[in-house]
Design a binder for this molecule. Structure first.
Ligand SMILES: [Zn+2]
Ligand SMILES: [Zn+2]
Length: 213
């Protein structure tokens, strides 16, 4: 498995170029900005892009889709509960004074329990609402691409439109139940592991306390 982290745009969002090293097939998880740079990384790696997987539709995770799709017209996978955010990307950008090109409509509606593949690699879709209503994580191959749910030492904001703090708490329980060695590729900041976060992340140690009650 090849995982290349490309940190893009004013929000320093982590887009992940995820590929099967044998078949050279790849997906982009959350192409949030700098589409041309993402396309260059795919070409440099000698990879063939097969799909775009979106954890959630905040601007910093979807702003590069339009440009990437001009170079490789691959399907976009999104959970339908994030469609209201996806369809208002231009308005989301205006709130931050950022001009964003509206992405083409998504091609596939994700649901909890779906299995996605790239080459011989396989990932389950875990619906983890809270930061955003249609937030999903892609879980497989000893890793989780967790978007903005869980960060190293922190969690995603729940004060944004359509956020839900109670839902995030339930979603964090699902993260905490993954094997401790699972590598967490976060939407912002460094990667971590489930074990490390269960030990040291105050939001997850709080979750652990709830579980014992
Ligand atoms: Zn977000
Ligand atoms: Zn983000």
């Amino acid at each position: 498995m090849i995982v290349r982290t490309l940190t893009v745009g004013p929000f320093q969002e982590n887009c992940y170029l995820l590929a099967d090293g044998d078949t050279r097939e790849a997906v982009l998880v959350d192409p949030g900005d700098e589409g041309a740079r993402l396309v260059a990384a795919i070409e440099e790696g000698g990879l063939t892009l097969r799909a775009i997987w979106i954890t959630h539709a905040h601007i910093d995770h979807v702003g590069g889709i339009a440009e990437v799709k001009r170079h490789a017209d691959v399907p976009v996978y999104l959970h339908p509960l994030d469609r209201p955010l996806y369809d208002r990307v231009v308005e989301q950008g205006m709130k931050y004074g950022i001009r964003i090109e509206a992405p083409p409509a998504p091609d596939h509606a994700l649901a909890d329990g779906d299995v996605l593949t790239v080459g011989a690699l396989s990932f389950g879709v875990m619906h983890v609402p809270g930061h955003a209503p249609g937030h999903v994580a892609f879980v497989g191959e000893g890793a989780v691409f967790g978007g903005d749910c869980l960060f190293a030492g922190s969690v995603g904001r729940t004060d944004l439109p359509l956020s839900d703090p109670r839902a995030l708490e339930r979603s964090l329980l699902r993260f905490a139940a993954l094997p401790p060695a699972t590598v967490v590729y976060c939407g912002h900041g460094p990667a971590t592991t489930i074990g490390e976060e269960c030990r040291s992340n105050p939001f997850l140690t709080g979750v652990a306390r709830l579980k014992m009650q």
